[in-house]
Design a protein around this ligand. Structure first.
Ligand code: AP5
Length: 207
């Protein structure tokens, strides 16, 4: 099974949803930069205070902050799943200096579907589980199935900010598809349809 795995794809394509399943089921250590940054914002750490303005507007947090953070987290881990990192070619080059990526999985979803998913997403602030008001509702309205916490809507999940995030993705992160394709490490998986069916395709690609 591939050990060093990167999840690529636009905001809302399902990286977090699939990463959660891969972590629970296949024993990957899941490192999500978005979750780490949101926790830093909640705890008002120095990193959180620097990152907040960028995140609220849908912009990327500067490379130097992210690269330093991820270098520390990745060190010494064997089976890792990177969700939301790298996001720029500079981040990908920094990652390549530290570990060799075995597979980059690009989850492909069109913009109209992404906007629907993100504006209807609800997230758990404690365990980072994600739900959707109609596609994946929790058993009890507003409450996380996994840990019982109150669900919330992310500040950057408004329609205007989502549109900006999609533009930021196209300019900065989309080029990573070609980056990993050239290295022979890319697989693209259609991300529309049943969550379990998409997961089965990801699992097959990992073998
Ligand atoms: P981050 O949290 O990484 O946001 P993102 O990439 O925009 O991704 P999302 O979490 O929005 O979406 P997802 O693909 O995980 O989809 P999900 O599974 O939740 O980053 C947030 C911010 O932090 C960035 O904007 C930036 O400021 C900063 N940041 C993070 N990393 C950075 C980096 N490396 N460099 C610089 N800045 C960085 O699913 C979405 C919804 O769809 C859910 O409601 C879900 O239930 C539903 N859904 C999932 N799959 C399906 C399906 N198959 N069918 C129907 N619905 C589905």
């Amino acid at each position: 099974m591939k050990a060093k795995v990167v999840l690529l794809g636009p905001p809302g394509c399902g990286k977090g949803t699939q990463a959660e399943k891969m972590g629970d089921d296949l024993g990957y250590v899941k490192l999500s930069t978005g979750d780490m940054l949101r926790e830093a914002v909640r705890n008002q750490t120095e990193l959180g205070m620097k990152a907040k303005g960028y995140m609220d507007s849908g912009a990327l947090v500067p490379n130097d902050l992210i690269i330093g953070l991820m270098k520390e987290k990745i060190a010494g881990l064997d089976k890792i799943l990177l969700d939301g990192f790298p996001r720029t070619v500079e981040q990908a080059d920094a990652l390549a200096e530290q570990v060799e990526v075995d597979l980059a999985i690009n989850i492909d979803v069109d913009d109209a579907e992404l906007i629907n998913r993100l504006t209807q997403r609800r997230s758990c602030p404690e365990c980072n589980a994600v739900y959707h008001l109609t596609n994946k509702p929790p058993a009890k309205e507003g409450v996380c199935d996994k840990c019982g916490s109150q669900l919330y809507q992310r500040d950057d999940d408004t329609e205007a900010t989502v549109k900006n995030r999609l533009e930021v993705y196209r300019q900065n992160t989309f080029p990573l598809i070609e980056y990993y394709e050239k290295k022979g490490k890319l697989v693209t998986i259609p991300g529309v349809g049943d969550i379990e069916e998409i997961y089965a395709k990801i699992k097959a690609a990992l073998e």
